[in-house]
Design a protein around this ligand. Structure first.
Ligand SMILES: CC(C)(COP(=O)(O)OP(=O)(O)OC[C@H]1O[C@@H](n2cnc3c(N)ncnc32)[C@H](O)[C@@H]1OP(=O)(O)O)[C@@H](O)C(=O)NCCC(=O)NCCS
Length: 173
C-alpha cells in the first residue's frame, strides 16, 4: 500500500470531500451539512483535513470551533466530525491517521479539548472518554453515549460543561 498523506483542505478539494462523505455515509446528509457550514461561516478550512492516497482524496475530517459553557463562562473547544473514509479504503488505518492528525492539529493551534459525537468504541482507542464521565453534554439530539471528549491540555474539561453545536449540525439529526 502506498503512503497516506494527511494535509489541510485547499480551495480545490470541496467536491472531492463531498464525494468521500456521500460514498462513506451512503447519502448526502453530511455533504449538505458541510455546504451549510461553509455558507454559514462556521467552516474553517484550516481545521479541515483530507487523507490522500496516490493523489486521490479518500478521507476527510472536519473540526469545528464550538463553545463549551459552564456556570456563565465559555471556552472554545473543537468538535470533530463529520469524518469518513471511502469504503474501498476503509479498515486500513486511514480513519486512525485522520484522528491522530486532528489531535495534533488541535494541539498546534492551541485548543484545549476535542469532543465528538460518533461511535464511542471507535473513538475510545484514541483516548476519547465517555461524556457522562467527564460531565460534558451537547445540544445535539444524539444518544447520550455517542458523545465523547478528549483533553488536549490537561484539565481543560475539568468540571465539564455544555457544548453548543452550530445550527447546521442540529438539522443533521
Ligand atoms: C468510521 C470510519 C471513518 C473508519 O475509517 P477507517 O479508515 O476504516 O478506520 P481505521 O482503519 O483506522 O479503523 C478501522 C476500525 O474502526 C472500527 N470501526 C469502523 N467502523 C466502525 C463503527 N461503525 N463502529 C465502531 N467501530 C468502527 C473497527 O474496529 C475497525 O477495525 P477493523 O478494521 O479491524 O474492522 C469509516 O469506516 C467510515 O467512513 N464509516 C462511515 C462513516 C462514519 O460512520 N463515520 C464516522 C462517524 S462517527
Amino acid at each position: 500500500m502506498h503512503a497516506i498523506t494527511v494535509r489541510p483542505e485547499t480551495s480545490e478539494d470541496a467536491r472531492a470531500i463531498d464525494v468521500v462523505h456521500i460514498s462513506a455515509f451512503g447519502g448526502e446528509a453530511e455533504a449538505h451539512l458541510i455546504s451549510a457550514l461553509r455558507a454559514s461561516g462556521s467552516y474553517n478550512r484550516e481545521l479541515s483535513l483530507v487523507a490522500e492516497l496516490n493523489g486521490r482524496i479518500v478521507g476527510h475530517v472536519l473540526l469545528t470551533r464550538v463553545p463549551l459553557r459552564k456556570d456563565g463562562e465559555e471556552k472554545i473547544v473543537l468538535a470533530l466530525g463529520p469524518m469518513s473514509v471511502v469504503p474501498s479504503q476503509s479498515h486500513r488505518g486511514i480513519g486512525s491517521e485522520l484522528i491522530k492528525a486532528s489531535v495534533e492539529l488541535a494541539r498546534e493551534k492551541g485548543y484545549g479539548a476535542i469532543i465528538v459525537v460518533g461511535h464511542p468504541e471507535y473513538y475510545r482507542r484514541f483516548g476519547f472518554l465517555p461524556a457522562k464521565d467527564i460531565k460534558v453534554t451537547c445540544n445535539l439530539p444524539a444518544p447520550a453515549d455517542a458523545l465523547t471528549g478528549m483533553e488536549i491540555v490537561e484539565a481543560n474539561l475539568a468540571g465539564g460543561g455544555h457544548v453548543e453545536y452550530p445550527e447546521p449540525f442540529i438539522e443533521l439529526f
